[in-house]
Design a protein around this ligand. Sequence first.
Ligand code: SF4
Length: 510
Amino acid sequence: MKTLRLILGDQLNAKHSWFHKNDKNIIYVLAEMRQETDYVKHHIQKVVAFFLSMRNFYSTILALGHQAVYFQITDPDNPQDLEKIIAACIQKYDIKKFEYLLPDEYRLDEQLKTICANLKIASGVFDTEHFYTTRHELSDFFEGKKLLLMENFYRTMRKKHHLLMDGSTPVGNQWNFDADNRKKYKGEVPVPSEKNFHKNASEVASQIQEAGIITFGNITETDFSWPTSREECLEVLDYFCRNLLKHFGDYEDAMHTDEKFLFHSRLSFAMNSKMLSPKEVLETVIAFYHKNESEISISQVEGFVRQILGWREYIRGIYWKEMPNYAQLNALENHNKLPNFFWTGKTKMNCMSHAINQSLDEAYAHHIQRLMVIGNFTLLTQINPDEVDAWYLGVYIDAIEWVEMPNTRGMSQYADGGIIATKPYVSSGSYINKMSNNCAKCHYNVKEKFGDKACPFNTLYWNFLDEKKEYFKGNQRMGMMLNLLKKMDPEELYKIKVKANAIIEDMDSL
Ligand code: SF4
């Protein structure tokens, strides 16, 4: 039966069983479309990376002998809309059955269900064969439980998939080496330069411009660094194992003004586009660790496994458990607007300047920059989580809603009222000072709480606690901080609040 099979831009899994054998009755379709470029304003590097990866994937499946059709963004016959593209293909190729892979975004899942319901031909849906868990495995795991603790889920996944296990005992006799993953980086060991593919992306960047797509962020078109084929992704994985893994865990949470990426793998785009599977990434990393145990400690590897087997799968499960309501949550009722410097990088706060400019230049920042600098600032300034979500979804190369939204709206902004995090991830400047060298060269003074030169994080932190103290009064994990707030000299608190309100009124003057 003549069948049309859809491959979305984040479904570039060449190992999928769909491609195990050739069938001349099957036509695959891939499409660059305005529907996907315009639902949020994206970073230019993100659009370039997805388009280049999709084009490479198209060439790969053609080379494997499959039949495929590809719509480039500037093709005159590109309808730019999923439903119309499917309809056009069905008509042109006299298709009798339509098949697709389970999308990871709720938005596309709903759209494809509606499209199929309206089709006059049969349809079918297949798993992407990418994740360790099914969409609803986490919901089943936590059924009847009030607390959805990631650690419990992670340990069960370790046992179930027998990763870093010695029989029923975790390798190293410890499940979690989080406490060893918090070193400040002081240049003790050199950071190898990042893996860069130095590609020329001028043609696709021009097409994006010609199509009139509004993007933001910066790009050096003739020196594009991101991997956009499975072979390049495998090179990044190999580079991580050989050069970065040895110190990954130690400096996982560190930030440094001279080292944008430190020892982070930057494999998130490779995985979220499905060019690499989490299984092959973890198996490769763990095998490399076992071959090099004399040089690599378990705490480096466990930290990496926890991120992928634990955190990544957990976040996906939360997304499918809580959507679509999750996208509306604003438990702390924050309604302020994002300041303009999120788009320009122009601020005197050294930590924010580095984290935002890096995001604008590279379409990437690591999790602590996202959580404890940028996210910390937006939560302390009580910015509407819709605006925060849209910025994170647009700016980061790896940001696809299933992974971005629970991380941003939940973990970072506490807008889900504690579904993911047991307390809000807020801190004064002291945490940033402890984990980075930003404060030493900052216009502001990390030791001061109010006054013109006071670190804004300090002022905003105490103001946030005071403003939200009613909301958090029953939260045991907030007890110590709320007690300190209670003991604060009222006059000092008054000055802090006056200053904090002035900051919130005019964030772009920071
Ligand atoms: Fe950031 Fe405050 Fe440190 Fe400046 S002093 S870098 S604003 S934490």
